[in-house]
Design a protein around this ligand. Structure first.
Ligand SMILES: [Zn+2]
Length: 486
């Protein structure tokens, strides 16, 4: 069996726009590079950055324009144009069941929640759910010319069969909650097939994973969708169910896989743990080599790069920070991992004087000034930020503060000015470095991201440290004033 048959012909790069969506100019530089590394297309997850209109206006970028975090119609068109010009196909991804926070958080759609207090999952029994999802799909499909595939998400439907109507329906169905899930997905899929007969439908597989062949067969799901099996763990805890290939092979004529190059090792991670992602890709290659004979056709892979764990989560690794990991993972997918391939990729990205680490290394500035991928200035800025954060924790939890300036001591004015005087220069130096870091990041991020992203990143990462240092410095100064008087 040749490599194309074993590992599929598609290599899609997942662009998760729900966190830190880059400006269009960034894609102009990135997409041709992706193509040159061997990507064949994009799995484009717009979420709330898509310019939905009419009855859906408020869930997309048209409502967010005042926040400028999302794309105008012209910008979204440009992104598709750049992808096409770069030789990349596009598979849009629109969530239709779980991870619907971007819709269900709005007052107008709140009553579609399965659990009234949680915005994650939609109720499949509510008569307004399907019209909403069909409207989402219509707008997405109409906007993307020449697509062959549509990804309908449908992963991690945390809340299923919990509202009174769904409880009743589940207890009346032969297969309970599984039937609720499959019947809903099926009706969406049937709508897509009828309206857009040229489209093939892809969905995440995790909700199907625990279902038996009998359940899947009885709902004819194999006739309608192509599952995308996602698994992001490295070799040591890679754990797809052993029967998954036989099971899916007997149900689905076409199957996809999904690995991860970022956004899968920690929900507030700043730099990818490349070692983890390389191992994930190596293990996937082995998995396919052993099992691909059990299925009819493996379509290909999506290299996922998550920007947030969900709509409300803080941002994890930024796209520019994930580029070295993506370049390496794609190389691994095509040629396997060796020291030589690592060095080739490192060199092509400009890591000549400084190594490209496979575990995150906080590095202080000065930093290499000759890197060769778009947004590298942000990637090295993040290394500086991590280095700074380590120093910050070292100071705030230092023995000196715990011994001579702890909360009890301050609230009782029981402090020794001699000790506090020696702390003040440390606070001042740290505040100065933080201000330099902030200025650097603002300039670099402004070129790649929108202002609202900068506000969020600074507010989540820089300002809390700034406030804490300022507070400590003022406290030390006050204590000296109080306790120095003779
Ligand atoms: Zn329900």
């Amino acid at each position: 069996m040749d490599a194309l048959t074993t590992f599929g012909s598609h290599r899609l790069v997942h662009i998760d726009l729900k966190g830190a969506p880059p400006r269009v100019s960034y894609f102009e530089k990135l997409f041709p590079l992706l193509r040159s590394w061997g990507a064949t297309g994009l799995l484009l997850e717009w979420e709330d950055t898509f310019p939905y209109n009419r009855e859906l206006t408020q869930i997309g970028s048209n409502a967010l324009r005042n926040l400028s975090n999302g794309y105008s119609v012209q910008e979204a068109r440009q992104i598709l144009q750049i992808a096409g010009d770069s030789g990349l196909t596009v598979m849009p991804l629109v969530q239709t069941f779980g991870h619907m926070e971007f819709v269900l958080k709005h007052d107008e759609w709140k009553n579609l929640r399965e659990v009234p207090s949680f915005p994650s999952s939609m109720c499949p029994s509510n008569p307004r759910s399907q019209p909403l999802v069909k409207a989402l799909i219509r707008q997405i499909v109409t906007f993307h010319p020449d697509i062959q595939y549509l990804h309908i998400g449908a992963d991690e439907v945390w809340h299923l069969g919990l509202c009174p109507v769904c409880i009743k329906r589940a207890s009346a169905s032969k297969h309970g909650k599984a039937s609720l899930f499959l019947e809903y997905v099926l009706s969406i899929a049937q709508f897509i097939k009828e309206t857009y007969p040229f489209l093939k439908i892809v969905m995440w597989d995790d909700m199907l994973r625990p279902m038996s062949i009998q359940v899947l067969n009885e709902h004819y799901i194999g006739k309608y969708v192509e599952p995308m099996i996602w698994h992001y763990n490295p070799r040591e805890n890679f754990s797809l169910p052993p029967d998954i290939w036989d099971k899916y092979g007997s149900i689905f004529p076409h199957i996809w896989g999904a690995t991860a190059y970022k956004g899968a090792t920690g929900s507030c991670q700043h730099i990818p743990t490349i070692r983890h992602h390389i191992s994930n890709h190596e293990r996937w290659l082995e998995e396919l080599s052993v099992n691909v004979g059990k299925i009819n056709e493996f379509r290909g892979i999506a290299f996922t790069g998550w920007s947030r764990y969900d709509h409300y989560a803080t941002m994890c690794e930024l796209l520019p920070t994930g580029i070295p990991s993506l370049a390496l993972c794609m190389k691994v997918w095509l040629y396997g991992y060796t020291e030589q391939t690592h060095n080739q990729v490192a060199k092509s990205l400009g890591y000549i004087e400084h190594p490209l680490y496979v575990t995150p290394q906080p590095r202080p500035i000065p930093i290499p000034n000759n890197l060769l991928f778009p947004g590298w200035q942000i990637a090295v800025g993040i290394e500086w930020f991590l280095n700074y954060k380590t120093k910050f924790h070292g100071l705030v939890y230092s023995e000196q503060i715990l011994t001579w300036m702890n909360k009890w001591q301050v609230s009782n004015n029981y402090t020794n000015p001699m000790q506090l005087e020696s702390l003040i220069p440390a606070f001042t130096d740290m505040l100065m470095e933080l201000s330099a870091l902030e200025n650097y990041m603002r300039v670099q991020m402004e070129m790649v991201f929108y202002t609202s992203m900068l506000d969020e990143w600074m507010g989540s990462n820089v300002q809390p440290m700034e406030q804490e240092l300022t507070r400590l410095k003022q406290t030390a100064e006050n204590q000296i004033k109080i306790n120095s008087s003779i």
